[in-house]
Design a protein around this ligand. Structure first.
Ligand SMILES: *[C@@H]1O[C@H](CO)[C@@H](O)[C@H](O)[C@H]1NC(C)=O
Ligand SMILES: *[C@@H]1O[C@H](CO)[C@@H](O)[C@H](O)[C@H]1NC(C)=O
Ligand SMILES: [Zn+2]
Length: 469
């Protein structure tokens, strides 16, 4: 009986929703959806060779000059040796955030000697700008998404890396010898590593732009690896590499599978070498592979609600240039389809009774205890799989709300939330809105891990990280 009520309710909601929302005439997540068209890279414009920092800079400058309506070039800071950390935006609105539409990003070459991702990023840019007028899928993506691409977060490391070197650590670290993917604040353990300019630049960047979805490109394995990378367990237990799952595990698995399944071979899960692990369906939880402290993906997710997945795209960290075309062909579809996932789930605005946006409202999907916040325009996004959910919203000075909503496969659910101002001293919700508690969902304090345990465990981490990607 109860089941019947749900089913009828769902059915009615579905009809209601489809009648209400003719906001997107095309569907992008069902079988009738258009697919990206086949594309032949123009090697006259961008050859399959490695680009050093100057060559890369020249390519980015030329592209942004040639496609002023589709691209914008900016730098988020400089490496220790003074190289710009370039970001190129590709979108039909490159200079301005499109209100209500998601910003997404790719970051490559955080490990300087993992070079394939960096070249994939340049080809992705080239693919986007040359396909906009001919491929309806790419046009839809760029009309509805701002895509920020940072091809090299570690240009100093890249400069001392060697083509043809598949393993090892030379060029992995920044110019002061820090592993940038161990240099972020950590959810589970105190990170005692000194902050580096490259990671500071990323922290500043993602504090200013609310990214919804992100991919971090690495090499040394072939797998999509999702949060958490770290684990609350002690380091002794972590030798056995237990999974450390987020409350959004279903979403992270789906995002990882989207990458792996659209890749030419990742989903086969074949081990790179006999001594390295194989990954079922080409995906893994980060900590289940090997736990690490200070990784970028956990930071994106816990601090900013940005769903980031680590994409390990090549068994060889720095393969010979003549293999680059093959890597591009293997990854092209994955790189596009992954970003389109930013359009799955729920999105909307939080506003007051006058329709004015409420910034920094704290939002949570009930049962998923990692929250996110509204932007200065009151916008929010959350990637969710089809289902029924409850959104919890609270903002200082307003009565909190809980709203039921449904997510369907074909297009995102649009959900506007209006909050009533709460009375100052006698409101019923006074106990219910401690600001610090709301903030804690969003920016949890790290658990302390001190003394010799932490030094042993970081030694273990760097040992493992030299073996893996
Ligand atoms: C860019 O857009 C403007 C306004 O829509 C148009 O006039 C101009 O021709 C476009 N430029 C290029 C290079 O496409
Ligand atoms: C939600 O609010 C935004 C911003 O005020 C508005 O543009 C949009 O039409 C609203 N959507 C719905 C479905 O009410
Ligand atoms: Zn790596």
């Amino acid at each position: 009986m109860a089941y019947h009520h749900w089913a009828i309710g769902l059915f009615l909601l579905h009809i209601f929703y489809n009648n209400l929302c003719n906001c997107q005439s095309e569907n992008y997540f069902d079988d009738s959806a258009p697919s990206p068209r086949s594309y032949t890279p123009d090697v006259g414009l961008l050859d399959f060779v490695y680009h050093n920092h100057d060559d890369m800079t020249r390519f980015l400058r030329t592209t942004s000059a040639r496609y002023p309506n589709l691209t914008a070039l900016y730098s988020i800071g400089k490496s220790i040796q003074g190289r710009d950390l370039w970001v190129i935006v590709v979108s039909s609105s490159p200079y301005e955030h499109m209100i209500g539409k998601p910003d997404v990003k790719y970051i490559a070459n955080i490990h300087g000697n993992e070079a394939v991702g960096k070249e994939l990023m340049l080809h992705l840019v080239q693919y986007f700008v040359t396909s906009y007028n001919t491929d309806p899928y790419i046009k839809w993506l760029l009309d509805n998404t701002r895509i920020h691409i940072l091809p090299s977060l570690n240009p100093d490391g890249y400069a001392v890396s060697k083509e043809g070197t598949c393993d090892g650590g030379q060029g992995r670290y920044n110019a002061r010898g820090f592993d940038l993917n161990r240099n972020f604040p950590d959810y589970f353990k105190q990170n005692t590593k000194r902050e580096q300019p490259e990671t500071d630049a990323v922290k500043e960047w993602i504090s200013k732009i609310q990214f919804v979805l992100s991919g971090s490109l690495h090499g040394g394995a072939l797998v999509a690896s999702y949060p958490y990378d770290n684990t609350p367990n002690s380091m002794f237990q972590s030798y056995s590499s237990q999974p450390s799952l987020t409350p959004d595990d279903d979403v992270f698995k789906h995002l990882s599978l989207t990458y792996a399944n659209n890749h030419a071979k990742m989903s086969r899960g074949v081990a790179c070498k006999s001594a390295t692990p194989s990954f079922e369906n080409g995906i893994t939880n980060g900590a289940a592979w090997y736990p690490l402290t200070g990784g970028m993906q956990d930071y994106n997710y816990v601090w900013y609600g940005c769903m980031e997945v680590t994409l390990e795209v090549s068994c060889c960290k720095f393969p010979p240039a003549h293999e680059l075309r093959k890597y591009w062909e293997d990854n092209q579809l994955s790189l596009v389809k992954f970003l389109a996932e930013a359009h799955r789930g729920v999105q909307g605005f939080v506003m007051d009774t006058n329709g004015a946006p409420i910034e920094r409202a704290s939002l949570k999907i009930k049962g998923r205890d990692v929250g996110f916040q509204s932007t200065k325009y009151g916008e929010f996004w959350r990637i969710l799989l089809p289902g029924i959910y409850k959104l919890e919203v609270f903002a200082d000075g307003y009565a909190p709300r809980e709203i039921d909503f449904m997510v369907i496969e074909q297009h995102p659910t649009l959900l506007n939330v209006t909050l009533q101002a709460s009375k100052r001293n006698d409101g019923p919700y006074n106990n219910y809105r401690p600001v610090s508690a709301a903030q804690q969902h969003y920016r949890p304090q790290p658990e302390r891990e001190q003394g010799f345990l932490s030094s042993i465990s970081s030694g273990f981490n760097s040992l493992v990280s030299n073996i893996f990607g």
